[in-house]
Ligand binder design. Structure first.
Ligand code: IDP
Ligand code: MG
Length: 140
């Protein structure tokens, strides 16, 4: 199935100049970049985006972190985009993520793990609507 998925390039990656490297790794796997912007998330947007984690002990720290510096939000489209991006990202904790994955190669720790990626097609739809208007997404 052709799907869309949202990624966020997190502050730890932005601060180290890794946005191009991360986008390149996803494009190289055959997915198409159809929307991109740079923004500084405020706490309200951070709390909406991470609402599924609102009862977790790390929620306050996570929302503070994601809103601590400018980030890049991007939408990729392609066959199986959601699962493919999860695979390219690697597992949540960089210490456990495989070599060759974004988190395994570039992540710092379980919170500062360089990239967010949608975890299902339904979540992707909701997340994309939080960050992008319809006319900010393109097709080729
Ligand atoms: P995911 O990003 O791989 O989908 P989730 O479990 O959905 O992982 O967690 C969302 C984000 O919350 C993670 O990417 C990471 O930044 C942060 N996070 C997850 N678990 C922990 C933790 O145990 N301590 C601190 N931050 C965490
Ligand atoms: Mg998640």
């Amino acid at each position: 199935m052709v799907e869309k998925s949202l990624i966020l390039i997190k502050p730890d990656a932005m601060e180290r100049g890794l946005s191009g490297e991360i986008i390149k790794r996803i494009e190289e796997e055959g997915l198409t970049l159809i929307g991109i912007k740079m923004l500084h998330m405020d706490m309200a947007l951070a709390e909406k985006h991470y609402a599924p984690h609102k009862d977790k002990p790390f929620f306050k720290s996570l929302t503070g972190y994601i809103s601590s510096a400018p980030i890049v939000a991007a939408v990729f489209e392609g066959e199986g985009a959601v699962d493919l991006i999860r695979k390219i990202m690697g597992t949540t904790d960089p210490a456990k993520a495989a070599e060759g994955t974004i988190r395994g190669d570039l992540g710092i720790d379980i919170e500062h793990n360089s990239i967010h990626g949608s975890d299902s097609a339904e979540t992707a739809k909701k997340e994309i609507e939080l960050f992008f208007q319809k006319d900010e997404l393109f097709s080729f």
